[in-house]
Design a protein around this ligand. Structure first.
Ligand code: AMP
Ligand code: ZN
Length: 112
């Protein structure tokens, strides 16, 4: 999609440090980290939000990659949090599906 910042990241028009990439997804550090480790995992295909997912395999791939990323950094031992914000009440600010992977500090519950 032309005006989508995450499509531009996936397509290489906006350079980022890629933590992982395969045919379907890319992981990169969040610009405004909310934890010592904060990465985003996005599908290469533009899907605006969780509401718009039609192929559930897409979610399986994103979560699989998030787990792989967390394990590769040793966070399988201490734990981590994965979050998908959806829509206004979910405080989604970028309208291209993304999975947050946060780690490296104690999380709290409930989330704000
Ligand atoms: P959300 O509020 O769930 O839509 O999350 C969007 C996330 O994208 C925020 O945590 C932003 O810090 C992050 N973000 C926005 N632009 C960029 C960018 N160019 N590179 C990396 N992260 C970004
Ligand atoms: Zn997009």
């Amino acid at each position: 999609m032309d005006d989508c910042i995450f499509c531009k990241i996936a397509g290489g028009q906006i350079p980022v440090t890629k933590l992982f990439e395969d045919d379907h997804a890319v992981a990169f550090p969040d610009l405004n980290p909310q934890a010592p480790f904060h990465a985003l995992v996005i599908p290469k295909l533009h899907v605006a939000s969780l509401n718009d997912v039609r192929d559930p395999m897409m979610l399986g791939r994103l979560y699989g990659l998030a787990g792989q990323l967390a394990r590769s950094k040793g966070f399988d031992v201490t734990g981590y949090r994965t979050v998908i914000n959806t829509g206004p009440h979910g405080q989604q600010t970028v309208l291209h599906l993304h999975l947050h992977v946060l780690a490296g500090r104690q999380m709290t519950w409930p989330p704000g």
